[in-house]
Design a protein around this ligand. Structure first.
Ligand code: BG6
Length: 482
């Protein structure tokens, strides 16, 4: 069975930065796949808008190439790509000047959903919002989509929120964190709130600690300039890992609706403890078979930016006080693996006498090889007494769901949610600000103290100090699958 496709209302989607990397790799190929799935109405239109001086015909060539490269199998199907490209237009535009705005206005049709994707530097968000308003391109049903990074600290995030709020209501602003569009990330909510089994145990009385790992094998590559100013804390922790933590830690919302979900996430962020400097390990990868060192890639031999971070985080609320969350993420590590591990407490009393420490461990694999494993304790087969062993109840979503497993990319799902007007999987302004309010003092502390990240080998599991971070609490990281 193939996943259910619910058609959306017809729309005019304008992609500012329509020739950029994100548009080429994710947004346009994603739209093409939704088109092939029959979700895009036949008269929906996509307008690329950017500085480059080209016409719609050459934009279609550009998009055709991008879709052939990143669009997947369907690009080979007869006629589909050509039919999709017919939906495209291009307008050369100046975000800060007058050029192009009248032409863009002429393309927007009355009675359709108007969505504007700001796939541009955040410094242009305010200008674009203002121009859209000035040229009468928006009404109360229009939406704008903004990409991360949403600010680089609390002050800049507040400024961006203010710039957008001058022209748009919060209900029209869709702040993307693509992790929320991942099938398996949404599954965290289904697992927690769709089963009777887990929720009664989901608290500090039964859970010893939680590990959240997002490990990547890639380095910073061509993004050195951006990344050297961000580091893993701003690039991954403040948004993606924070969102994962929220979904794992939040209280059950009363309903699955945008504000109910986001209210609960916000409460988690506000309950995060300040992080002690010795509860954080920062690392930077060295050169290896996989490529040059971080410092070579960013072009700064003295860079103090981290490409790896591990930290112990406390959530001070009734449910979680006393149960630490250990987060880690990094580039150029041994394996690509995103996983959440819930380690339950040991039994209060064992009727089987002296045994090794046996605990239930629930692992939720987000990528790759999405699935869940629950470690259960059973009797070791054979005579000779009651010896216990731990075995996995293992479920791979691909095996369990077969063709029903959904391969929809995060971006295609999120874009369609924008058109549908569903903000559940998008970050609200106050959520982003709260995340920065927690992150800022940590980063400021490094700057003030002049902290230098530890160097780790490319292709390793990161700095050894991260192992010690858990060892001090007599705990160990789960092995990252290789
Ligand atoms: C992006 C970060 O937001 O997420 C990148 O800027 C990172 O540095 C990427 O590589 C990871 O996303 P995914 O979907 O590959 O896990």
């Amino acid at each position: 069975m193939v996943s259910r496709v619910i058609p959306v209302k017809t729309f005019d989607l304008v992609i500012f930065g329509g020739t950029g990397d994100l548009a080429r790799r994710k947004i346009l190929p994603g739209l093409f796949r939704r088109f092939c799935a029959g979700q895009m109405p036949p008269d929906a239109a996509v307008v690329g808008a950017a500085r480059s001086d080209m016409d719609s015909a050459s934009y279609r060539d550009f998009v055709g190439e991008a879709v052939r490269e990143f669009g997947g199998e369907e690009t080979k199907a007869d006629g589909k790509l050509a039919a999709f490209l017919e939906r495209l237009h291009y307008v050369p535009i100046d975000a800060r000047g007058e050029a192009g705005w009248r032409e863009l206005a002429a393309l927007m049709r009355a009675g359709t959903v108007h969505a504007f994707y700001f796939s541009v530097a955040p410094s242009l968000f305010g200008d674009l919002a203002e121009r859209l308003n000035q040229h009468g391109l928006t009404d109360e049903d229009s939406r704008i989509v903004v990409e991360k990074p949403f600010g680089r600290d609390l002050a800049s995030a507040k400024e961006l929120n203010r710039d957008l709020a001058a022209f748009f209501d919060e209900s029209q602003i869709y702040r993307i964190d693509h992790y929320l569009g991942k099938e398996t990330v949404q599954n965290l909510m289904a697992v927690r709130f769709g089963n009777m089994l887990f929720e009664p145990l989901w608290n500090s009385q039964y859970v010893d600690h939680i590990q959240i790992t997002v490990a990547e094998t890639v380095g910073v590559g061509g993004r050195g300039e951006y990344y050297d100013k961000s580091g893993a804390m701003r690039d991954m922790v403040q948004n993606h890992l924070m969102q994962l933590l929220c979904l794992i830690a939040m209280e059950p919302p009363s309903q699955f609706n945008p504000d109910a979900v986001r209210d609960e996430k916000l409460k988690v962020i506000r309950a995060l403890d300040d992080v002690e400097p010795h509860h954080i390990v920062r690392g930077q990868y060295d050169a290896g078979d996989e490529g040059p060192s971080f410092r070579e890639e960013v072009g700064d031999a003295r860079s103090r930016t981290e490409s790896y971070i591990a930290m112990k985080v406390g959530v001070s609320n009734w449910r979680w006080a006393g149960t630490p969350f250990y987060l880690r993420t990094g580039k150029r590590l041994k394996a690509r693996c995103s996983e959440i591990v819930v380690v339950f407490k040991a039994l209060n009393h064992s009727i089987f006498g002296e045994q090794e420490d046996h605990r239930n461990v629930l692992s939720i694999r987000l990528q790759p090889d999405e699935g869940m494993t629950l470690g259960v304790t059973i009797k070791e087969p054979g005579p000779g007494g009651m010896r216990l062993i731990d075995v996995p109840l293992d479920m791979s979503f691909a095996e369990a769901l077969g063709e029903n497993g959904d391969q929809t990319d995060a971006y295609e799902r999120l874009i369609m949610d924008v058109i549908r007007g569903n903000q559940t999987l998008f970050m609200r302004g106050d959520e982003v600000e709260a995340a920065w309010a927690w992150t800022d003092p940590i980063i400021d502390g490094w700057d003030t103290r002049g902290d230098v990240p530890k160097i780790y080998d490319s292709g390793s599991e990161g700095p050894v100090d991260a192992v010690q971070l858990l060892a001090r609490d007599t705990r160990v990281w789960r092995k990252v699958a290789s």
